[in-house]
Design a protein around this ligand. Sequence first.
Ligand code: SF4
Length: 237
Amino acid sequence: MPLAAVETDIKELVEELNFKQKVDRSLDLIEQAYKEYGDALVVANSLGKDSSAVWDLAKRVSPKIRGFIVTTRFKPPETKQFMAEEVARCPELKVFSNDEKIPDKLYETDPDKCCDILKVAPTRQAIKEMSVKCWITGLRCTEGRTRTNFKEVEELDKGLLKLNPILIWYEREIWEYLALNEVPVNPLYAEGYRSLGCGPCTKITQGADERAGRWIGTSKCGGECGIHTKPLLNYQI
Ligand code: SF4
């Protein structure tokens, strides 16, 4: 069955598959995508724990699989340092950013616009420059209120498949995988963060919603930067 035809009951998989079955399923999905797309398969690496897990899974399928990191001027120093270490360890990770001038504190006055400029635009650039036909993300459906309706394989843009191979993993299973495989992680997790983003828009929170600490105090609270909800190929500026 081609990857684009994969259609499953996500809730059932989240609850019924055990850790090993989930790891095997993720590896199978990535392997199938690599067979179909070869070099046009690329991993989006946000330097968070889910990306670290998915990046490691992809490298187990093939060390040749490439990746991209979108960074911004507002990423915390710890994330910038971790990025430098990851790029040194894996030179097949390419970094994209947008240095365009923006109004002061745009993240407070219009966070959607700020994310559009600093995150969505460089993601579009990465997709174009790296000739991506299928991109892999670290999205998980148990992360928060905005992530419950995604599928393992999606085609928001015609001609650009999105594979979410760890969609069905629990937060605990991510940490289980990272610990068991000794995968390097962003040091900010040691401070208590559960979801990482730009410094001004990320706080430490507790509770069921992992993403509750993102964009606190704005209409975007616990929400999305836009790379998973906006078109990346067929868009108008
Ligand atoms: S997360 Fe905050 S600072 Fe970063 S791009 Fe979005 S609004 Fe701007």
